[in-house]
Ligand binder design. Structure first.
Ligand code: ADP
Ligand code: MG
Length: 238
């Protein structure tokens, strides 16, 4: 589903440029649950922004469902994102003057679903994340973990093939994170899922754990494989 070969990305900084991704190879099958780890600044968000079609690479190949991603203009990018992707950001990105229900139902509005139908489906999705009783509340009346669950419901309601969670669970405690992830395993069944996380506890059940360092993949494999190798993951685990 996702084939990335020798991908490079630099950001311009004044007259110079910062080489952030240095030859990434990534092959992900449909339905895989992938955890991306690595220290701050290692290029995790940059990589997932490219995977999620929010940004473009400079060199290398990216094939999504067999389609080469290259020179996407804004419109084409938006169409593909709408079709394939659900994004959950660290900052939630909820609309502050809209209720939980309205926030969750927004993607259906863009799909042209009627108001009544939108509300019915959105309530069902709020129920899936355990927030049915909070439907009429505004974001500032919700805790961090609750806001996170609203943004998860909003990403999943589109029924995207690929879900991307960029560092969105660092703000909640370990127990809440585990509860969200357990729900997520049900909600994201058969979907290709990427999670950036800092906790081994949440990476443990991933099909594939990918460790980035300085813009390169330095380790990848399952928990059982990585726990038996010297390196970042094992040190984090201990
Ligand atoms: P991570 O998500 O692993 O913390 P990022 O991918 O966000 O890392 O960032 C990798 C490097 O690229 C960092 O040094 C960061 O400062 C830099 N960077 C990220 N986004 C930009 C940008 N839009 N412009 C310039 N530099 C950036
Ligand atoms: Mg990041």
């Amino acid at each position: 589903m996702i084939r990335i070969n020798n991908l490079h990305k630099s950001y311009p900084i004044g007259k110079d440029s910062l080489h952030v991704l240095k030859g990434i190879d990534l092959h992900i099958k449909e339905g895989e649950f992938v955890s991306i780890m690595g220290s701050s600044g290692s290029g995790k968000s940059t990589l997932l922004n490219i995977v999620g079609l929010l940004d473009e690479h400079d060199e290398g190949d990216y094939f999504l469902n067999g389609q080469e991603i290259k020179n996407l203009n804004e419109k084409k990018g938006a169409v593909l994102r709408n079709k394939f992707l659900g994004f959950v950001f660290q900052s939630f990105n909820l609309i502050s003057y809209k209720t939980a229900l309205e926030n969750v139902s927004l993607p259906l509005y863009y799909k042209g679903v009627s108001r009544k139908e939108r509300q019915k489906i959105a309530l069902d999705y709020l129920d899936k994340v355990g927030l049915k009783d909070w439907a009429s509340h505004l974001p500032n009346e919700l805790s961090g973990g609750q806001k996170q669950r609203v943004s998860i419901a909003r990403a999943i309601i589109k029924n995207p093939q690929i879900l991307i969670f960029d560092d969105c669970l660092s703000a909640v405690d370990t127990e809440t994170e585990e509860r969200i992830l357990t729900n997520l395993e049900d909600l994201s069944k058969n979907k290709t899922t990427f999670i950036i996380s800092h906790r081994v506890s949440s990476a443990k059940n991933a099909d594939k754990i990918i460790i980035l360092d300085g813009g390169e993949i330095i380790q990848q494999g399952s928990h059982n494989q990585l726990i038996n190798q010297k390196g970042y993951y094992k040190e984090l685990y201990e």
